[in-house]
Design a protein around this ligand. Structure first.
Ligand code: HEM
Length: 503
């Protein structure tokens, strides 16, 4: 009897689980939900979630179709992996799907869901988008900040030139791109550099950089904490406590910057503009709203561009023929006496094609940012109930063989024909929640890559191709930071640094 009892218990349990599976599948079919793989009780499909998530989800879509569903604990998640389904999401269903799920990270780093990236769709979100479009991303404002971009890029060229003026030198590029984009964004926000040799307040810079890099580590969707209420009740691994502490550190840094600018109003930065709006409408432009805008710029606007440039340079050193062709284009259009500038970008079609091809193969936000349905809707003929999380696998769409010829190869020439339809290539998303920083990102990436190709020879460190596998992280980083060999070209001496005063 003692031996038989466990068998009976296990058998009953298995019958129970099988019954649950079958009845769940029947219910799903009845409700016409998108198909899903078998789920476990309580956790749903959380046990199937392996990193990198976009690859796992692509594999599911190959078996289940381009619209399928998963359960993350108690929440329904619908994953879309075809251009037509994505188009349906961001045209017919754009308003219904313009919400964001309330993930714990948004409570802390979204200033209680009040920042533009975390806020629910509605008047507050619309106001913030309008404000950003006018005060930060308008052509006028972007042109105003051009000198910052030029200056930071020249400082990067100068550092590389110092190492490689005589011969090929080995350089690590990941950290250089992160420093570049961080300095550009912080100078726009607060008029301060946080990386480089000429920093006055080094402690402040160090603390700031540390908090930001910690914040990047805790972000992301695949955190079971958000989907299993029981983990929230016990504050699993002190997740929320740690988030709270990190938020406090970040908040006090951002507040410090606001206070500084309140004391000294002479600068012409984003904080100064927002503070002057605060004077006329203090009840709306609170310090929290201003800090939220600053934080969004830092979190959404630095790593994304840095990672994209690292992928682009990795692809280029793996494809010397493409690099050569890009340099020939630059030399033909600009000659060998002057450095590329932003107005040149629109004429440099091959450089643009390289950037598009990098976005296609290596989108920095492979699943965009999660959306949530605020009402019932249908996608691909399936019902999607209100409160469902939507993930759009742009990484899979960009590699769909029915859309792209030879999809895994790096071939900038495929963009020779000009523009591609938005729902086939969507590194910045589509519809009303699409990235508001796309214009700034395109300028930074274009100008930096153009300058690096124009000013240096680039080679791989050895015979082997650069490893292109993805590491862990929200912005699809490379698993191995890029190192490459670079050597100054003659043009560097001619164009370099009439006005750079450090390093
Ligand atoms: C290569 C660079 C970048 C990429 C690939 C990128 C991509 C994206 C994507 C895919 C989204 C989500 C779209 C969706 O929800 O469907 C997004 C949202 C956003 N991005 Fe970017 N982005 C980049 C650079 C920037 C920059 C430079 C900024 C600002 C300085 C920025 C600010 C934002 C903000 C505020 C949102 C949230 C918009 C909202 O929820 O309404 N991004 N970005």
């Amino acid at each position: 009897m003692e031996i038989v009892f466990p068998y009976i218990t296990v058998s009953v349990f298995l019958v129970f689980i099988t019954f649950k599976f079958l009845s769940k599948a029947r219910t799903n079919r009845r409700r016409n939900l998108p198909p899903s793989p078998p789920a476990l009780p309580v956790i749903g499909h959380l046990h199937l979630i392996k990193q990198p998530l976009h690859r796992t989800l692509q594999t599911f879509s190959q078996n289940l179709g381009s619209v399928f569903s998963l359960r993350f604990g108690s929440l329904l998640v619908v994953v879309v992996s075809s251009p037509s389904a994505a188009e349906e999401c961001f045209t017919k269903n754009d308003v219904v799907l313009a919400n964001r799920p309330r993930l714990t990270i948004g409570k802390y780093f979204g200033y209680n869901y009040s920042t533009v990236s975390a806020a629910p769709y509605g008047d507050h979100w619309r106001n913030l988008r309008r404000l950003m479009a006018l005060e930060i991303f308008s052509t006028n404002r972007l042109n105003h900040f051009l000198s910052i971009r030029q200056d930071e890029i020249k400082r990067l060229l100068h550092r590389l030139h110092q190492k490689s003026s005589n011969d090929f030198a080995r350089v690590e590029l990941k950290s250089k791109f992160s420093e570049l984009t961080f300095n550009i964004v912080m100078r726009m926000i607060a008029g301060k550099r946080y990386y480089g040799d000429d920093l006055v307040e080094c402690e402040e810079a160090k603390e700031f950089r540390e908090v930001v890099s910690e914040a990047f580590k805790v972000g992301g969707l695949s955190n079971p904490y958000d989907f299993l209420p029981v983990l929230r009740w016990i504050d699993f691994k002190g997740f929320e406590k740690n988030l709270g502490k990190l938020h406090k550190r970040m908040d006090s840094r951002l507040q410090g910057l606001i206070d500084e600018h309140r004391r000294d109003k002479s600068k012409n930065t984003m904080i100064d503009h927002l503070l002057s709006l605060q004077e006329s409408q203090p009840e709306y432009y609170t310090d929290s709203i201003i800090k939220g805008l600053m934080l969004v710029m830092i979190l959404a606007g630095t790593d994304t561009s840095a990672v994209t440039m690292e992928w682009a340079m990795s692809l280029l050193v793996n494809h010397p023929g493409v690099l050569k062709k890009a340099r020939a284009e630059l030399d033909t259009h600009l000659g060998r006496d002057r450095l590329i500038d932003e107005p040149d970008l629109s004429k440099l079609h091959y450089l643009q094609a390289i950037i598009s091809e990098t976005f296609r193969l290596c989108p920095a936000a492979p699943l965009l940012v999660p959306h949530m349905s605020s009402n019932d809707c249908t996608i691909g003929g399936f019902n999607v109930p209100r409160g469902t999380i939507l993930l759009v696998n742009s990484w899979a769409i960009h590699r769909d063989p029915s859309v792209w010829d030879d999809p895994t190869s790096f071939k900038p020439e495929r963009f020779d024909g000009g523009e591609v339809e938005g729902h086939k290539l969507m590194p910045f998303g589509m519809g009303r929640r699409a990235c508001p920083g796309a214009g700034l990102a395109q300028r930074v990436i274009g100008l930096t890559l153009g300058s690096l190709i124009q000013c240096f020879e680039w080679e791989r460190v050895g015979e082997e191709l650069v490893d292109l596998s993805e590491g862990k992280g929200i912005t699809m980083p490379k698993a191995v930071p890029l190192e490459a060999m670079c050597k100054s070209r003659d043009i560097v001496k001619k164009v370099l640094f009439e006005d750079v005063n450090n390093e």
